[in-house]
Ligand binder design. Structure first.
Ligand code: PEP
Length: 251
């Protein structure tokens, strides 16, 4: 049985005071959500404070990126997976489409970063998804397959226990255009099939595959009814405690 995951990606929003306020407001609202794992991903500089303030709650803290290098070194501006673990992060989002689009992330860097995260016992939330032109030209599945195979290359069956996939069609992120539940299900089923090819059926069945792209309180239930949708990666609607709590408590 795959335990659903509801993760909030706060992107580059909120100053520290507001981040703490939202996290503390979320705490009681998420307290009875035993049906799923709850994660928030603030900016790097808020991780330690939020991890401390949420200690003992059922809300985990994720980073939004990590360095591909694992050892200390001359890497100005980078933050290693070990440093994230050290300040209380349990998860890290890797290969978000905004990083692929604006910061040159490639399948290769996503693979390196995923391995770096695993080396320090973080759970990697690996993002994949096609852009609109790729969907319209009938290439969505081949693009997503390439991204999945690239991200998971060289990972062992044991490594896969700390992998969560987030399927985020880029045309649905921040646009208000959510994929239809059946459309998302089709791609999630496809992704599970790809994982079965790379790591075997048992691992594929156990891997959580989240949907991301304009998830809101009014569309989460329909998405969660789909067999292969195991949760959501939520951007805009995770910024307010009340709307994120409604998504968490979709049941
Ligand atoms: C995201 O940032 O991963 C995301 C899915 O954003 P939104 O929910 O705002 O579309």
């Amino acid at each position: 049985m795959r335990k659903p995951v509801i993760a909030g990606n706060w992107k580059m929003y909120k100053l520290l005071g507001e981040a703490v306020e939202t996290a503390l407001a979320l705490k009681p609202l998420a307290a009875n959500a035993n049906h799923c794992e709850v994660i928030i991903a603030p900016v790097f500089v808020h991780l330690k404070t939020l991890a401390d303030r949420l200690e003992g709650s059922n809300i985990k803290v994720a980073a939004q990126n990590c360095a591909s290098e694992t050892s200390f070194g001359a890497q100005t501006g980078e933050i290693s997976a070990e440093m994230l673990k050290d300040v209380g992060a349990s998860h890290v989002i890797i290969g978000h489409s905004e990083r692929r689009q604006f910061y040159g992330e490639s399948d290769e860097s996503v693979n390196k970063k995923t391995k770096a995260a695993l080396a320090f016992s973080l759970t990697a939330v690996v993002c994949v998804g096609e852009i609109l032109a790729e969907r319209e030209s009938g290439n969505a599945e081949s693009v997503v397959k390439r991204q999945i195979v690239g991200a998971l290359g060289g990972l062992t069956v044991t490594d896969m226990e700390r992998i969560i996939i987030a399927y985020e069609p880029v045309w649905a992120i921040g646009t208000g255009k959510v994929a239809a539940p059946e459309q998302a299900q089709e791609m999630h089923g496809f992704i599970r099939g790809v994982i079965a090819e790379t790591h075997g059926g048992e691992i594929a069945e156990a891997t959580r595959i989240l949907y991301g792209g304009s998830v809101k309180p009014d569309n989460i239930a329909g998405l969660m009814k789909q067999t292969d949708i195991d949760g959501a990666l939520v951007g805009g609607a995770s910024l307010e405690a009340e709307s994120f709590a409604q998504i968490i408590n979709y049941k």
